[in-house]
Design a protein around this ligand. Sequence first.
Ligand code: PXG
Length: 291
Amino acid sequence: MTMKIYLNGRLVPENQAKVSVFDHGLLYGDGVFEGIRAYHGRVFKLDEHLDRLSRSARAIDLKLPMTPAALAQAVIKTCRANDIQDGYIRLIVTRGIGNLGLNPYTCRTPQVIIIAGAIQLYPQKLYETGLSVITVGTLRNHTEAINPRIKSLNYLNNILAKIEAMNAGCMECIMLNPQGFVAEASGDNIFAVRGTTLLTPPSWCGALEGITRQTVMELAPEQNLQVREQVLTRYDLYTADEVFLTGTAAEIIAVVKADHRTIGRGRPGPVTRRLERVYRAYAQSAGTPLA
Ligand code: PXG
């Protein structure tokens, strides 16, 4: 079946969904995006994703050409047009067409693109065994270079980190910030479990304010778990009872090895497994209905 892509107010067949070679999204990675999940005919945390998109756009001085309400309607319309019940939605706003110079103000009209399709998941086996990760040499962007709170189209920082991880035989990595504190993984947030406390780096340490991270922080108290945003070093990961990653695609996944060291007992721990279950149940029962 041909996918229908939302492009500036119109749904077009995928082979006609094209952007200009002069779009600054392509020329400079100048733009913002969101990766959103649909579960059982509902869009999960749509308003939270749209809020973050608005903040990302503000942060790069990009004026969104549509209101959040109109963007929400466009997301829903695109899911419906593609018969999406469970899937992955990529919402992209590029700076638009300009000339070859950097100047973003030569770009008149931001381009809004929405792709709703199938989701690429980690194999189930990895949830059962847990991930091995390594700390990479590529540091997370300095907050005063490109703030990692911005979900921008410029993902080279994360891609360079991912390359190091893949070449070392790992699917994910730990990225440190320029001060040497733990920031996040290349495409996921990170938590350490110490007793009944969940520790995660504050966003100012170089982490994206993940929607999954936020959801875990909200679900934790009901599970008698405390959450603290805290500056973490690798010491905190190596000595943790459990470590896990959170993200829209991965949901919650255990980390059982970091830098060839075994974390906890070397298999997904009880807190991580419980949160995985609780998160999945919640995600499958909440959200903006598509019908
Ligand atoms: N940190 C980074 C750097 C991310 O890119 C997360 C954390 C987790 O945030 P959410 O809101 O998803 O809980 C992300 C987001 C993909 C894909 O297509 C996923 C992300 C980024 C880029 C691509 O799977 N994760």
